[in-house]
Write a protein that binds this ligand. Structure first.
Ligand SMILES: NC(=O)c1ccc[n+]([C@@H]2O[C@H](COP(=O)([O-])OP(=O)(O)OC[C@H]3O[C@@H](n4cnc5c(N)ncnc54)[C@H](O)[C@@H]3O)[C@@H](O)[C@H]2O)c1
Length: 367
């Protein structure tokens, strides 16, 4: 299927189930168990479906490079290193984030259902991708959650008032389940734009929004190449001093409290690994004395959505709604994968030992 709605060149659209099968094949070829390959494919394809291509299948080449560096560890599982009842400390061991975060959430969900609340400190996970995926896992179990994440040792964002990269893109996420309705899911990087979105723009030859980037001398720029070619610039924190403050708390809650590590001169990464640490607080809403919580939440959402539209706006979205709209569209029409990203994924498939013949068969089938 092809995308006829955008300007040339046309970006091919790939049905989600077929893209999922290709991702599974790549990771099984690399040595993952079928379950691991399945969890990785679930996560990456879901990120594309929700419109976050920055955290979708385009991450495969980076993961393959990390594997080649000896960083990403296949077939590892979440290891509970301290069990304090309602507080769990979980070692990720540089295992696939798509596996260790899934397992850490499973443990936290079980505890929160039993005790009413559980704080999970997951440390040393290889990239855990789109954080909304983990909040949605909690929401499917009927649980509220919020998540503070650091990208340990991988600074890309300048502090408020600073001119070079000192902090990760540290995402914050919160979700509120609603029986009979989709959950509210707030999930964003604390940089003005996610780093992966600069990669997508760079691959597509596009500029990024004003205010999102500074060059190596601290001057504002629209060119994503400052993040991908030397001399390197920085992302800016969203929302000025407030976004910087939230990024700092993500760094400390995620990286320090979990027993992981924060970003500073002695922890700077030198490989292709992306290491995430995450503090997740998971709460059973039934543990509160709040019989009207659902009605109150709904009344608030209805109230804000009834606001007259501002000039230029076409609707008011609740948190998580843009992702649902994109998901419905991409489930129907397929996932667009641009040519540069596709070529990088093909090279990654070959690098993990897929034969040129098999990789060619996948390309012919999907493109
Ligand atoms: N694992 C990592 O190291 C890492 C690091 C950074 C970011 N990320 C992930 O990157 C993804 C993208 O982050 P981002 O900062 O580009 O997200 P974004 O700027 O697209 O913001 C997404 C959030 O804003 C809401 N939203 C978007 N448009 C809206 C509108 N018009 N009205 C109301 N709400 C709206 C969405 O529902 C969502 O909650 C996230 O999933 C994040 O978890 C991961």
């Amino acid at each position: 299927m092809t995308d006829n709605s955008t300007a040339q060149p046309v970006t091919p659209r790939i049905p989600a189930d077929q893209l999922h099968a290709y991702v599974r094949a790549i990771w099984e070829q690399a040595g993952s168990t079928p379950r691991e390959a399945e969890l990785v494919a679930d996560h990456l394809v879901a990120a594309n479906l929700t419109g976050h291509d920055s955290h979708g299948v385009g991450m495969i080449p980076r993961y393959v490079a990390s594997l080649a560096d000896g960083e990403l560890q296949l077939n590892l599982h979440a290891d509970v290193v301290k069990d304090a009842g309602a507080v769990l400390t979980v070692e990720g061991g540089r295992g696939f984030g798509q596996v260790v975060a899934f397992e850490a959430m499973e443990q936290g969900i079980e505890r929160a259902k039993r005790l009413g609340i559980c704080a999970v400190g997951l440390r040393g996970a290889h990239h855990i991708g789109r954080i909304g995926h983990w909040a949605e896992q909690c929401a499917r179990a009927g649980l509220v959650s919020f998540h503070f994440v650091n990208v340990a040792g991988d600074p890309l964002v300048a502090p408020f008032g600073g001119a070079d990269r000192r902090i990760g893109t540290n995402p914050f996420c919160a979700a509120y389940p609603r029986p009979g309705k989709p959950p509210l899911v707030l999930d964003f990087a604390t940089s003005t734009v996610a780093y992966g979105k600069t990669r997508v723009a760079y691959n597509q030859g596009k500029q990024v929004q004003p205010g999102a980037l500074i060059d190596h001398e601290g001057r504002a720029t629209l060119e994503p190449k400052v993040m991908h070619e030397a001399p390197f610039g920085s992302l800016t924190p969203f929302g000025g001093h407030k976004g910087f403050g939230l990024a700092a708390m993500c760094e400390i809650f995620g990286g320090a409290l979990s027993g992981g590590f924060t970003t500073h001169s002695t922890t700077l990464g030198t490989t292709n690994a992306i290491i995430n640490c995450m503090l997740s607080v998971i709460i059973d809403p039934a543990a509160f004395d709040a019989p009207d919580a659902q009605a109150e939440a709904d009344a608030f959402i209805d109230w804000v959505k009834a606001s007259p539209l501002a000039a230029g706006a076409d609707r008011i979205y609740e948190p998580g709604e843009p992702e649902r709209v994109t998901r419905a569209q991409r489930e129907a029409e397929g996932i667009p994968v641009d040519a540069a990203t596709w070529a990088q994924i093909l090279a990654a498939a070959l690098a993990v030992g897929m034969s040129a013949e098999e990789a060619g068969r996948w390309s012919a089938r999907l493109q």
